[in-house]
Design a binder for this molecule. Structure first.
Ligand SMILES: Cc1ncc(COP(=O)(O)O)c(C=O)c1O
Length: 387
């Protein structure tokens, strides 16, 4: 018998890894399951990006290992994008580390920085990798609440000072998964002040920074003066450029934290495939107007879902960013039971709010990553199911 290492005890298979086989079984039995669970963009990246990938793959020299730090062009493209979008200056040599997706970077940064017993501040509800990464490192998690009445921003003043003093690191994520809350630059300034006061590394996950609607533009935490001394921002092309399967992200900002992450990564992975480095560079330096059109498609989907929910008496706000509608469920259900029943009876796959923490009870997360016709069909099925 092969026994897992003790540290594995804090890990269970990820929700989406077990959901896939269940949906495949339902479909094999004749169901037509509509997936509004995972936040995996259904639309492709712009054609010129795919062309750049194919063209680079045809080069005979494309197939060897690449530098662990990726190409200078890719890091410079990330720095240029931050200058263009946020007016932030980053040194591509020390303040940008390419990642195999931001999930990998988040998990590995925690392995590089957290000692057993160290405390990390994690939002509830929040993206599950923060918690899993801390616990896998032997660290302790202090959950701070994200409440609807505060627009899903934390009230930093209610984090007990003795907890804040013990904390090594804090996660924030705006536009937020799962609640779709957004943060202002003013809030980020307060968060940076908090990080300075308590000597906490602030990790801001900006996965949805360019998935925004109705003219809203999400700020970067690195826009806050002095942020680079205390903050790392995680960015990714997964959602911003419809490139989730490509696994291209970056950690940006605090150079010492990035150095530790980089050292760990040189031992754990060997970087990207050259055509991906090249085409990801092209994605960030080429035409960006298609993102505006893409966001308009998302906005229409969002609008449809929120109004369909409102007709069912479920009050969900229209998000200004992210790929998700965070909706209350009818009373009398738990989130897990509601989601399981919607899958088995209505053949619509949703994510239970509890996947994101205790404060997700009473909520479901509905992803907008399906064509409008499929979303319309899904909402009709949910309507009948709820009735
Ligand atoms: C908040 C948040 N952060 C990070 C990620 C990971 O994205 P990736 O690893 O594809 O860059 C996701 C993916 O859903 C997410 O929702």
């Amino acid at each position: 018998m092969i026994a897992s290492a003790q540290r594995m005890q804090v890990l269970t298979p990820h929700f989406f890894s077990t959901l896939g086989p269940r949906i495949a079984a339902l479909n094999a039995a004749g169901a037509d399951v509509i997936r509004l669970d995972e936040g995996s963009p259904d639309l492709p990246p712009a054609r010129f990006i795919v062309d750049a990938l194919a063209e680079a793959a045809a080069r005979p020299e494309a197939h060897s290992y690449q530098p662990h730090r990726g190409s200078h062009e890719l890091r410079a493209a990330w720095a240029d994008m931050y200058r263009r979008l946020y007016g932030v200056e980053l040194d591509p040599g020390s303040e940008v580390i390419p990642l195999l997706g931001s999930k990998e970077g988040i998990f590995h940064l925690l392995q590089a920085l957290i000692n057993p017993g160290d405390l990390a501040l994690v939002p509830d509800p929040g993206y599950i990798t923060y918690r899993r990464g801390v616990e896998f490192s032997g660290g302790e998690v202090f959950f701070f609440p994200l409440l609807p009445e505060l627009g899903y921003l934390p009230d930093l003043a209610v984090i007990p000072p003795e907890i804040a003093r013990r904390a090594r690191l804090m996660f924030l994520n705006y536009p937020n998964n799962p609640t779709s809350g957004v943060a202002s630059l003013e809030f980020f300034t307060q968060a940076i002040d908090f990080a300075r006061e308590y000597d906490v590394l602030l990790c801001h996950d900006a996965a949805y920074a360019q998935v925004t609607f109705g003219g809203y533009q999400a700020p970067s935490i690195l826009q806050t003066p002095g942020a680079k001394e205390v903050a790392v921002e995680f960015n990714t092309l997964s959602k911003s450029h419809n490139m989730a399967g490509w696994r291209v992200g970056a950690a940006l900002g605090q150079a010492e934290a990035l150095k530790a992450l980089f050292t760990l990564k040189t031992n754990a992975d060997s970087g990207h495939f050259y055509p991906i480095l090249h085409a990801a560079t092209v994605a960030m330096t080429g035409d960006q107007t298609w993102l505006v059109e893409r966001n308009e498609v998302y906005r229409q989907r969002m609008q449809f879902i929120t109004s369909a929910l409102n007709k069912l008496g479920l009050k969900a706000a229209i998000p200004r960013g992210s790929l998700y509608v965070w909706s209350p469920i009818p009373s009398g259900w738990s989130a897990n039971v509601f989601v399981a029943a919607a899958l088995e009876q209505a053949h619509v796959s949703l994510t239970p709010g509890t996947l994101f923490g205790q404060r997700g009870e009473g909520y479901i997360r509905i992803s907008i990553t399906a064509p409008l016709e499929r979303i319309e069909e899904a909402m009709e099925r949910i309507g009948k199911f709820v009735a």
